[in-house]
Each structure stands twice: as C-alpha cells, then as structure tokens.
Design a protein around this ligand. Sequence first.
Ligand SMILES: [Zn+2]
Length: 309
Amino acid sequence: MWIDEDIFLIDHCHLGRPEIIASYLVRDEVPALVEVGPTRTVERLLRGIEKAGMDPRDLQLLLVTHIHLDHAGASGELVRRFPHLKVYVHAVGAPHLQDPSRLIRSAQKIFGDDLDRLWGEVVPVPPEAIHVVQDGERIRLGRRTLVAVDTPGHAPHHVVYWDEERGDVFTGDIAGVSLPGVHYVRPPTPPPDLDLESWSQSLQRLRLLRPRRLLLTHYGPKGDVMDLLDQLEERLYTTGRLVKEGLEKGIREEEIAEQVKALAAQELRAFGGEDLIERYDIASSYLMNVQGYIRYYAKRSGGGGSPPS
Ligand SMILES: [Zn+2]
C-alpha cells in the first residue's frame, strides 16, 4: 500500500494476521527498506517489493531500528540472497546480527519451542554487509535524507530514522504499538533490556523533532503525534505501577499479566471487541510485557543485569 508517492507499506501478515508487522519500502535513487521483519515472512516481503513495482534485486539498504526478530530477523536471509545489501544497525546490535547465537538464546527464553514457528531461521549477517549507524548520521537516499536518532529504552540498540524535511519518523518500537483505526497506544516492554528512564528521554527526543507523522512497525502511519507520545508515556508508567504492586503483593507473573490484559480490555472496549485485544496480544504479548517490567525492577533492586540481546 502506498502511503506517500515514494513510500510503500508492506504487510508481513504475521501468523496470517494482517496489520501486525510492517516494513516500509522507500523508493528513491538508493532504494531502502526500513525494517525487514522476521525470516518466516521473507517471501511475503519480497512479493510486497514486487507489488511496489520494484525488483527486489535493486534494493540497496536495509535500515533496521533494532535487532528484535520481528524487526531485523530476516536481515541475514536477505543478505544471503542479495549479497550487495548493506544492513544499517546500532553499534550495540551489530555484533548480534553478525553472530546471532546470543540473540537466539535470549529469544528462546521468551518464546521457547515457538521460536521457529513465529520467526523462522536467524541467518548471520556477514561483517562486510553491516554498517554501524551513528547517532545523527545522515543517510542520503536521493530525494529523501533520513537521520538516525538514538532512542534507547525499549532496547539499548534502538534507533529511529527521521526524515527532517517531510516530518516522518520511522519509529520501530519506541513510539509503541498502535493498530490502524485505533487511537490507543501500548508500550512493548519485553525482557531483558527495558529501561523506563531512557524510554522517557527518547520520547522527549522524539517530541523535539516535531514529527508530522509516525510510521510504526506495529502498525502503520499515525498522526496526532504529541497525543500519541503522551498516551504512550503515561501507559508506560501506569502499567509499571500495576506490575510493581502485583510483585509487592506476591502475585504470580501470569496473574499480573491477566490484570494488565483486563485493564487493556477495558481501555480498548471503546474501539472494538475481543479481536482487538487479541491482536494487541499478538503484536506485543501481555505476559512478555509483564516479564520485561519484572526484569527491569529486579535489575534496579540489585538483582543483577545481563548483556543486551
Ligand atoms: Zn522490539
């Protein structure tokens, strides 16, 4: 679907569901793909590029916002098929694209036996195909220039890509999950790297860019930017408080996740039915989000951290 004369939104139809994971093809002198999605849906991605009237072999750059498998999972597979591609990634994420073993181990902890069904194979990206993107780096595509902006909080290896001239920001996960037609945004807070303070700082950085439009990976273009960012930040902390109170009362994480889901159901009722609650769960699981907060609070109370993944 064209969302501008030169930006084509590709739907990965993750698990057969529309409008959960997006990639954005920027058709310019240097054609670039923002977000590559998981390997599991790579054929659909390539068909999407063809639908935009482009031969996938002409693609030049893969710009990933961070290395989570729903955003960058297919990088290695795409470079395997088209070795001239360059993958733009944050310095903290780059080693894990080159050697995904720790990334896979971390994902296995979260997804268990479901890992392959959900995301498919994670192929290493050869070092010569990796470009470590710097904060403030200008990526000239032709008519469009994108600026990489460090935006940690969801993960330390997160950047957004900002089109200063047109006011578009490709937000990855830092501007949350907000499905089409719903003015409701949720923070995806999976373990192990959630950091609320950095997230708030990143949101402030986003506000200062004064974006006209946010291009979310989950899912699609969003206007009413300041309201969306405020709503996201508020929910980031209200959910956190709910998890913290649950932990203090000794409630199990599954039960806390049910409470978070019940609250979301209440809030989402104005926009639609059960289907919407479930689609938000697929885009960013309630249980996984609760586990992210638990890990964050454990780290802060001296429970030990872990290397980024
Ligand atoms: Zn993510």
